[in-house]
Design a protein around this ligand. Structure first.
Ligand code: H2U
Length: 337
């Protein structure tokens, strides 16, 4: 048991620290409980740019797709652009080339990861894997992610995610490549494999443990209900997952997202994304995904990263152990109805 004194916890994966202030949660829980709003969203929306058959902003018509559908982002943040680096200690600049895609999980506008059938989630997993296999042959880093909810900047409730692939390894990924490489050189093991073993032994931050996956509120969580999904098999990239691990993952994704939605009886916003090995990462890299949800006390009361956090260091009151307790209480163990 951690005592109630303020302390800092280290994130060994990106070599950062978070300030934890557990004494501030001594006061009784007074979270607002809002009545769940009835979901009246239709399965097809005429002016949705992701629904089958509709026309996108640039005038292209979507196919009448079924299942998962991927297209090149019409407003990509990256282009296959060239250019020369500018090696300047103050005004440095580097060229970057890349590809951006959008992945629609389903033709139905009103479904989400938490309401999609597990078989449909398995198709999403297979698409992530295929996209990663294709793009990692051309790019050094393939970022698969999903922003859910307007609070997280998602522009459209139609169930979808994105992929940004770059010919360079971005900041956070480069840090994680370095820490995992160093851990492996020092211990001869994968850092996240050792971390998973430790979390299973301690138990108090574990949400879901299956043969292939471990879901925890990590020791170093910054967001109140942040979770980390760790592959328990020795795999570095999503495209290397076995069929059994993919089936298992589809269940796990359904469980986590249904648990999140149950926490405040409302669709839970989040930003989630996969960290497969970048170019030059092996050995020591272990496939994992982060889920960063902003909500703190209710469907409308969110955490802001401001003040001390912007100027100095991330901070939280609710401990990861308390967050794990709350999430465990609402995370379903059974398959969706
Ligand atoms: P978000 O909801 O996470 O913002 O993702 C939607 C993406 O869809 C966004 O990156 C793209 C935006 O550029 N988009 C198109 O490619 N075509 C459109 O017609 C509208 C939006």
């Amino acid at each position: 048991m951690i005592d109630d004194a303020p302390h800092r916890r280290r994130n060994p994966l990106n070599d950062s620290w978070v300030l934890v202030s557990p004494h501030r949660t001594k006061r009784p829980w007074q979270g607002q409980v809002e009545a769940p709003e009835p979901d009246t969203t239709p399965a097809y929306v005429e002016d949705c740019y992701l629904c089958p058959g509709n026309t996108r902003a640039d005038g292209v018509q979507n196919p009448d797709y079924d299942g998962v559908w991927v297209f090149d982002n019409d407003f990509p943040a990256l282009l296959d652009a060239g250019g020369a680096p500018v090696d300047d200690p103050l005004l440095g600049r580097a060229p970057v080339a890349g590809t951006c895609r959008v992945i629609c999980y389903s033709r139905s506008h009103n479904l989400t990861m938490s309401t999609l059938p597990v078989a449909a989630l398995r198709n999403v997993v297979d698409t992530w894997a295929a996209q990663h296999a294709e793009l990692s042959a051309r790019y050094d880093w393939v970022q698969i992610f999903e922003n859910r909810g307007a609070m997280m900047g998602c522009s459209n409730p139609h169930p979808h995610g994105q992929i940004w692939a770059t010919d360079t390894v971005p900041t956070e990924a480069a840090r994680k490549r370095e820490t995992q490489r160093t851990w492996h050189a020092t211990h001869g093991t994968a850092m996240l494999a050792d971390y998973a073993t430790r979390e299973v032994a301690e138990g108090e931050r574990v949400l879901i443990a299956t043969p292939h996956w471990l879901v925890v509120v990590p020791w170093w969580a910054v967001w109140p209900f942040e979770t980390l999904i760790i592959a328990r098999d020795d795999v570095a990239s999503i495209d290397a997952l076995s069929s059994a691990a993919r089936d298992d993952l589809a269940h796990v994704l359904s469980q986590i997202t249904r648990g999140y939605d149950a926490l405040f009886s409302a669709p839970f916003p989040y930003s989630m994304g996969w960290s497969s090995a970048p170019a030059g990462a092996a050995p020591g890299w272990r496939l994992h995904a982060h889920v960063y949800p902003p909500l703190l006390r209710s469907a409308t009361v969110r955490k802001f990263m401001v003040g001390y956090e912007l100027m100095a260091e991330a901070q939280r009151d609710l401990t990861p152990e308390q967050a794990a307790d709350r999430l465990r209480a609402v995370t379903p163990t059974e398959a969706p109805a």
